[in-house]
Design a protein. Structure first.
Lengths: 312, 312
DNA sequence: AATTTGTCTTTTATCCACAATAGACAGAAT
DNA sequence: ATTCTGTCTATTGTGGATAAAAGACAAATT
């Protein structure tokens, strides 16, 4: 449960009695794992800067990865020559639990608590207690709470505790009210995107995935959640408004955890939503503002109902 | 320039070489100053809990205040008897610089930098440098930046620096787009507030202040900024939507610093805005949605133009 | 019986330290 | 002439310590 991970290798410059683990090397571990995937498909690795580009990390981390690959006899590394010696095995990978950043761990842990556990509105949130429970320092928890507060589910009493406002009916109604305003406006601006805007291509791709999932709905209905986010985010992005796009984070996180939490009838619900999406997509492709407005409203209405049904 | 304030008094339980100032007692100092004001008007102070209520602090702080008042021979304090001995003098007060919380200091300092100084979009923001310049620890600066990021003016690159997106034309347009959506909706819901809702009373008060300021516009036009915030916040609050109300924070902070920054023609601009507000208020009082919509649009349009004019 | 006070404990706000990570720059290799 | 590598420095992320502030509870007071 706790993520108080042990360090796999003893750092060279430090004897025993590891004093205080200032920072987890999750960036390194995650990038290392992703590098192993790359390594499975080539016989030679590119330059350090290029590798850094691909993995999204700095050269410092790339060199740490290469060092470890060498230690595990996965490659021979001599300056520019990086020759793959063998395919990576499952045991070469770091366990997945060690690759998520502290922020992710705290978020998951917190959401589980407030969605699953007894989360009465008005409850006090204690930074120290939360930190102990999750197994981290208070600073990280504090920063998480500050970031999370923009979702409107918690509120700070200065010099005192946080208050849980709760995932209530009012919350859902306020959220959907804004969501509907924003999405209707975004959808309307979608139709005036220039013909060669990449969003049209992405929309086509998304449409195709919808059809694929619908064709095998019994097995693949669980993939809807992710697709849903991808589609709505695309729509919101066409607003070109940072506040509208940022707001979509709130919707995404709420629906994300909501899907995990409330699985009743999800096959049917998802099938219905997929159909609505297809109608919505067709409307967008027609470029007819009236049709878009109608299809968008129809879908938002049923999305709101679904969300509300799941709240006691 | 720096706010690296010296501590006025040596704490009793600690000799010399103050080791690390974990927390500034600004809450105490500010509440103490406010207590002196109270003290100027009565001959006896209420109970500790009641005083805490009035000053908005805990009993612990109240007792620290009473102790200091006693030390300064401002009162005699014996259990429930708190008798005022003399009126407070200016020298009894803590200097104002010592009464603002660290968060306020950081905010002011930061806004001055990005609005006044060379604040080219794309500029990197360095936590350590900012902290040194302001004279605080990095943690406080970090937390400020996290909180501030919801205003859309800065953005974090994970594991790396913050990027200043800048107070640009795009920013202003995106901000006003959402503002207009929210305010139109809030204004529309204002008219359906029940007759006995306190907002109607507050609206009347606000209207009266408008007329007072207009009657003496040459001397009082500077009071507009604060009144503007009060009025629009009242409108937004009638939406009963936390996301809409929270968004008003962004508008408020932008306009707040904007007024400080751009003072050209402010007398005329404020006079015009006051007139528009009065028309807007009259429309709200008429309860006629059409009139409200028109008056609101007219004012929002000129507010947007004013904001845009001030951006290069 | 309800407050108020005295005392004590808990929690927050803030600083600092240090490992992980990013990033800069000169010299080496193509 | 560009790109890469070796080396070094700077900055972020996170845990821990501590004073300020909040808050709990029992005894005292009205």
């Amino acid at each position: 449960m706790s993520s108080n991970t042990f360090r796999a290798e003893a750092r060279s410059n430090r004897g025993l009695a590891e004093p205080s683990m200032a920072k987890q090397n999750t960036v390194f571990k995650d990038a290392f794992n992703r590098c192993l995937n790359l390594l499975a498909e080539t016989s030679t690795l590119p330059s350090e800067p290029e590798l850094g580009q691909v993995l999204g990390v700095s050269r410092t981390t790339v060199r740490a990865i290469l060092t470890r690959c060498e230690e595990l006899k996965l490659i021979i590394w001599d300056k520019r020559r990086k020759i793959v010696l063998r395919r990576p095995e499952p045991s070469d990978y770091f366990p997945t639990e060690e690759t998520s950043s502290l922020a992710e761990i705290i978020e998951r842990s917190f959401m589980r608590r407030i969605l699953a556990g007894g989360a009465e509105p008005g409850m006090q949130i204690n930074e120290l207690e939360l930190a102990r429970e999750i197994g981290t320092g208070t600073t990280s928890v504090r920063e998480f709470l500050i970031r999370f507060s923009r979702f409107g589910l918690i509120e700070k009493r200065p010099n005192s505790h946080w208050v849980l406002k709760g995932f209530t009916r009012e919350f859902a109604l306020e959220l959907t009210e804004v969501r509907e305003m924003f999405e209707l406006r975004s959808a309307a601006s979608f139709v005036s995107l220039p013909e060669d805007h990449p969003a049209w291509e992405e929309l086509k791709t998304i449409e195709a995935v919808h059809r694929e999932i619908l064709a095998d709905i019994d097995n693949r209905y669980r993939e809807f959640s992710e697709l849903d986010e991808r589609f709505h985010l695309l729509v919101h992005k066409s607003s070109s408004n940072r506040f509208i796009i940022d707001f979509y984070d709130i919707i995404a996180i709420v629906f994300h955890y909501h899907y995990q939490w409330n699985k009743a009838n999800s096959r049917e619900r998802n099938a219905r939503a997929l159909e609505e999406h297809l109608a919505y997509i067709a409307a967008l492709q027609s470029r007819d503002p009236k049709q878009v407005d109608q299809a968008c409203r129809r879908h938002l209405k049923s999305a709101r109902e679904t969300l509300l049904q799941s709240i006691p």
